[in-house]
Design a protein around this ligand. Structure first.
Ligand code: G3I
Length: 344
């Protein structure tokens, strides 16, 4: 096999998250790789409301238009990310007080954004990260002002604005039992009220140290029993320690600049490279086992250099969570994911 997208062509889509520099084709190596390896794209930031709708009556469509054009030109499956999210909201939203005004903002926003790209976007992350870890609904301007019905309202508005797009609920850690139950509640309520929902996006921001295949498999099975598709929408595997694991003992410690938190500045040691490859192989084996339930696997970024994980949760870390290195060369993990298919 010569690329991820061709190797997995009969199984599920293989996607990546793109930013402005990618769609403007500023880096030729990156672009050749994107076009060779991926058949689905998600905008990492440019369709978030803060970017696309910076002021109450002003939209910034230019980057999103270019993103959609890029996808169309290259025959890619185009994901919209995301219509309703508590984070990266435009500033003016925090000044909105009445429920009616929040509803007006949400309605206008979905109508305008999903409407503009109707027929061009293949699927929308309609609501993003509405849940707390314990499965209860997260406090947000939407929940606080509109109550839990905002989720249904958002899905209805999206379906109306773009009847052809597949509509997804997207969140992280929803493979974990308590949060999964919250997601299942959301989906069941939508279905019970006759509201269109086509799939669930499990983000997949995981770690090579704690990856739990059993929990992921249970989630795939349980979600698909609801009659919807499962997508892995933001996959990456951090190789670095999680500072939150040390909370309790070190609550007040400032980890910034701590070598313990950023151990691989000189490159990823072979042993960790091998572990990463093994974890990706295990994951893709599981995905293949359930390929009938999975619509798409999207990596959150093209290569290690561009990953958000270099800055999270501590600034300036050097992370290696993806299949391509800082020079856009395929890593061992790439080979293991690809060879899973050519072995057969
Ligand atoms: O582009 C601006 C720049 O002009 C400005 O000077 C600079 C100063 O802060 O910020 C730049 O924007 C940053 C943007 O990434 C582009 O690099 C934002 O601050 C920064 O917050 C933003 O981070 C993004 C993050 O979402 C925001 O919440 C990450 O790139 C993006 O990977 C991440 O993606 C999220 C998904 O949307 C939802 N699921 C979790 C995932 C990871 O957090």
């Amino acid at each position: 096999q010569t690329s991820l997208k061709s190797a997995y062509q009969k199984d599920f889509l293989i996607g990546t998250a793109l930013g402005t520099s990618h769609i403007e084709e500023r880096n030729e190596t990156a672009n050749l790789l994107i076009k060779r390896e991926f058949n689905a794209i998600t905008p990492e930031n440019i369709m978030k409301s803060e970017v696309i709708h910076p002021e109450i009556n002003r939209y910034n469509f230019d980057p999103a238009d270019k993103f959609v054009e890029y996808g169309q030109k290259n025959n890619m499956y185009i994901v919209g990310h995301t219509l309703v999210w508590h984070s990266q909201l435009p500033r003016f939203v925090s000044k909105i007080n009445s429920p009616d005004s929040v509803r007006l903002f949400m309605t206008e926003h979905i109508k305008t954004v999903a409407g503009r790209y109707a027929g061009k976007i293949n699927s929308w992350d309609v609501v993003n990260e509405a849940l707390n870890e314990d499965g209860t609904l997260r406090k947000s301007v939407f929940l606080n002002k509109l109550g839990e019905g905002y989720i249904k309202e958002a899905f209805e508005l999206a379906a109306k604005a773009d009847p052809k797009a597949a509509l997804y609920y997207n969140d992280y850690n929803i493979e974990q039992p308590a949060k999964r139950k919250g997601a299942i509640d959301i989906i069941k309520k939508l279905q019970a009220s006759g509201t269109k929902i086509d799939g669930v996006g499990i983000q997949g921001h995981w770690s090579i140290n704690t990856l739990n295949l059993k929990v992921i498999e249970d989630a795939i099975v349980e979600f698909s029993q609801l009659g919807i598709k499962v997508a892995f929408t933001e996959l990456d595997l951090t190789v670095l320690p999680n500072p939150w694991d040390l909370r309790g003992a070190d609550v007040n410690q400032n980890f910034e600049g701590s070598p313990k938190m950023n151990p691989y500045t000189a490159g990823l040691p072979d042993s960790v490279q091998v572990t990463l490859a093994q974890k990706y192989e295990d994951l893709f084996k599981l995905f293949l086992k359930h390929k009938d339930k999975i619509s798409r696997v999207t990596f959150w970024g093209v290569n290690d250099g561009h990953s958000w994980l270099n800055g999270f949760p501590i600034r300036g870390r050097t992370n290696y969570p993806l299949l391509f290195d800082r020079e856009f060369k395929p890593k061992l993990a790439y080979k293991s994911v690809l060879e899973l298919k050519s072995a057969k």
